[in-house]
Design a protein around this ligand. Structure first.
Ligand SMILES: [Fe+2]
Length: 483
């Protein structure tokens, strides 16, 4: 969901103006409830937005980005991952742009609104809600705040601790979805859709047995395969990788301590002693035992892509040395900024290599999803930059040419704060980078936001859609082409 920032020498908690570790770490205003993260409190529909530049002819559809936006004052210590999901969409039709935002209308939020107060604790300070709330909603609020994906005609807002929430591209909430009862347990916020087969591969992790399940939905959206995977301990697993032939799992030592969580203490601990393993499954034989490869401990939130290369499966992602203490702990945060790495798992030789691709900090890696699972040449990674005022922010993105070993940077300019970019392919395009990168960019000086459209081939800004008000920073989004 969100990367760990900071260095060995300078804990994130000391970074001013809104660290990116997920907890406030400040005695003053909570940086995740103020500034660029400050929630908005209304739902707008605004047509005919002003545009600087020109919206490309091939860009027709809806960009939707999800993120945390607490509707009521938090009941306890707020964690960035706890906020109610809010979807911010810009629909582009015939060169005109319309903005709309809506909360994900979860059952938990509805109960809280009826009560007039927050009822659920969060990651930093979990509290079991009152029994009648648990009976109605369950022990957790499914905020669905992390990502939004479309598969087989359905659009899902996702939170990795819960089932998907179906929404539509008008941002109406249709309710939780369990694949006609076939999905047992939660669903990751980072499912992978195979552009060749149309399948969606997903997983769900649990703090209680079975700790991990891997599922496959076919191109028609039916959940057709589910397997349980044994793990030594329950771990948080934010992302995974899928190539055309393999599923790659990351059993990293962010270990759940459910009793501690139920006491209101940090429920996730960094425990290198639990071991660190990369696991590989054959998609054609998901029921076969996972092949595990032991690694030195590391942490990764996000995968860029994966592909098969002969007997090897290659995964690229943003790696750091450890999970920070973003889950309520008092010890200093020590995570290094994530940088792009490449793991090559040679299934014939039984070896793994780990290669650092770049030393520029960044996260939120994306590719042209029309080529997901293949050997993509280009990757787009939000750049984490330490500004002159010493604050670390995402203020641009890097386009990697992974074949040539080169990179180009798009900088949003002074005062800009941004996040992930989503790739919108040009329907008339013929090369992998024919298309545009879309992301909301917040101008702190003006306290306003734009949807910025960058040509992926040239890395030049081609259009800037001026939004009617500030859009808070968020997590993940996607471009949904009009069909
Ligand atoms: Fe994520």
């Amino acid at each position: 969901m969100f990367p760990a920032m900071g260095t060995k020498d300078e804990p994130v908690a000391a970074v001013r103006g809104g660290s990116l570790d997920g907890t406030a770490g400040s005695a003053t205003a909570d940086p995740f409830l103020s500034g660029a993260w400050e929630p908005v409190h209304d739902e707008l529909d605004v047509d005919d937005l002003p545009v600087t530049g020109r919206i490309p002819d091939g860009l027709a559809g809806t960009y939707v980005r999800n993120g945390p936006n607490p509707a009521l004052a938090p009941a306890g210590r707020y964690h960035l991952f706890d906020g109610d999901g809010m979807l911010h969409a810009v629909r582009i039709e015939e060169g005109r742009a319309r903005y709309r935002n809506r909360w994900v209308a979860s059952a938990g939020l509805a109960a809280e609104r009826r009560a007039g107060r927050a009822l659920f604790g969060g990651l930093a300070e979990y509290r079991m809600p009152d029994p009648e709330v648990v009976a109605e909603v369950g022990p957790l609020k499914n905020t669905a705040n992390t990502h939004v994906v479309r598969h087989a005609g359905r659009v899902f807002a996702l939170l990795e601790a819960a089932p998907p929430t179906e929404v539509d591209l008008d941002l109406n909430t249709l309710g939780e979805y369990d694949f006609d009862g076939a999905l047992v347990g939660p669903m990751t916020a980072h499912p992978k859709i195979d552009p060749v087969t149309g399948e969606m591969v997903l997983f769900g992790y649990n703090p209680f047995p079975p700790y991990l399940r891997v599922h496959v939905a076919d191109a028609a959206g039916r959940l057709v395969r589910s397997v349980e995977v044994d793990l030594p301990a329950p771990v948080m697993m934010h992302d995974f990788a899928v190539s055309s032939r393999h599923v790659v799992l990351f059993d990293l030592p962010a270990v759940f301590d459910l009793p501690a969580m139920l006491r209101g203490d940090p429920g996730i601990r960094w425990e290198p002693g639990n071991g660190c393993r990369i696991g590989v499954l054959e998609r054609a034989d998901l029921g076969a035992p996972v092949r595990w490869f032991e690694m030195e401990p590391f942490w990764m939130f996000h995968v860029l892509n994966a592909y098969d290369d002969g007997d090897a499966v290659v995964v690229e992602g943003c790696r750091t040395d450890r999970l920070n203490t973003a889950f309520g702990g008092d010890e200093p945060v020590r995570a290094r900024p994530p940088v792009l790495h490449r793991w090559r798992v040679d299934l014939a030789a039984g070896t793994v290599t780990d290669e650092q691709i770049d030393d520029r900090p960044g996260d939120f890696p994306r590719v042209n999803d029309d080529l997901a699972g293949a050997d993509t040449r280009y990757g787009y990674v939000a750049r984490a930059n330490r500004r002159a005022d010493d604050e670390v922010v995402f203020d641009g993105f890097v386009k990697y040419d992974l074949h040539a070993g080169t990179a180009a940077v798009h900088d949003y300019g002074p005062g800009a704060v941004a996040g992930e970019v989503a790739f919108a392919p040009d329907p008339a395009g013929r090369s992998e980078d024919s298309g545009w990168l879309l992301g909301y960019v917040y101008d702190r000086a003006e306290a306003r936001s734009d949807l910025v459209v960058v040509d992926a081939a040239t890395m030049a800004e081609v259009a800037r859609v001026h939004l009617p008000r500030r859009v808070p920073l968020g997590f993940h989004g996607n471009w949904f082409a009009a069909s």
